[in-house]
Ligand binder design. Structure first.
Ligand SMILES: Nc1ncnc2c1ncn2[C@@H]1O[C@H](COP(=O)(O)OP(=O)(O)OP(=O)(O)O)[C@@H](O)[C@H]1O
Length: 266
């Protein structure tokens, strides 16, 4: 479990202001979804949180320690899976220990017994234990992304970041992956931040939401506060009709998807 603190974060690329004076605090164990149109700064924010991108000004800290480079306790899941197709799901998951052991040790399975057990546990968490020996390239996009989640979990992070992890998946697979992501974060007490394009999916799985528009934070609130007006503020001139379905009982802010929703997603 870890707390994230972002203070006056600004990132400029030449004349482009990708993030403009963004501040927020995320307490231990919260599952936060970042929303915004393409180019609003979602990836830049996640990359600053992971230490892959240096801020122009401002600070990002996890548990009070400023992030200046990638750290073992912060794992990142990317849209493109970054899975090695020739390797099995199990071997891919094991590469999550790469930051501790080095790439070649990970690749050639020189891990200790605990790490091997962690890889199997992580595959079980994402429902792929039976497919552990299957080559990743023979797996569906959704399964590959679940391997990506397993690999992130093997890293034993306290913070889990995911940059549009379901952007390339069909709606059913996207729900399934989000469900595993949310469950893995909850079971392991991880603080999570996930960027998504699909508002309905965000509402279903997110606990808290941060909306970016042109690099500025225009929304920060829980599910019951993410109204049509708030969505309009985030998405601006884009026609938001049909982007979100507000359910009658959709007023809780911390309970996540119901058991029924989780079963449907699976
Ligand atoms: N390495 C870079 N060099 C120059 N400009 C960049 C770079 N990375 C991002 N930008 C610019 O910063 C702005 C924010 O980009 P960013 O990728 O963070 O947005 P995003 O909301 O994640 O978009 P998308 O949903 O399309 O991934 C955009 O104008 C983008 O063109």
């Amino acid at each position: 479990m870890s707390e994230i603190s972002v203070e006056s974060l600004t990132k400029e690329y030449g004349d482009t202001v990708a993030l403009d004076d963004v501040s927020f605090e995320i307490p231990d164990g919260e599952f936060v979804v970042v929303l915004g149109v393409s180019g609003s700064g979602k990836s830049t924010l996640l990359r600053c949180l992971n230490g892959l991108t240096a801020p122009t000004s401002g600070t990002v800290s996890v548990d009070g320690v400023p992030i200046t480079s990638p750290r073992d306790d912060i794992a990142m899941i990317f849209q493109s899976h970054n899975i090695i197709g020739q390797m099995s799901a199990y071997s891919n998951a094991l590469t999550g220990s790469m930051s501790r052991n080095g790439f070649f040790d990970s690749l050639f399975r020189l891990q200790d017994r605990d790490e091997k057990l962690r890889a199997l546990e992580a595959l079980e968490t994402v429902g792929l234990l039976d497919e552990a020996q299957q080559k990743a390239r023979q797996m569906s996009g959704g399964q590959q992304q679940r391997v990506g989640i397993a690999r992130a979990l093997v890293q034993q992070p306290n913070v889990l970041l995911a940059d549009e992890p379901v952007a390339s998946l069909d709606p059913g697979s996207a729900q399934q992956v989000m469900n595993y992501l949310r469950t893995a974060a909850a079971d392991r007490g991880l603080t999570a931040m996930v960027s998504l394009h699909q508002v309905n999916l965000a509402r279903k799985f997110g606990q808290r939401f941060i909306g970016l528009r042109d690099g500025t934070k225009v929304f920060d609130g829980y599910r019951d506060e993410l109204t049509i007006d708030a969505i309009d503020d985030i998405y601006g001139d884009i026609d938001t009709e049909g982007m979100v379905v507000l359910a009658d009982d959709d007023d809780a802010h911390d309970d996540g998807p119901s058991t029924l929703e989780q079963e449907e997603a699976l």
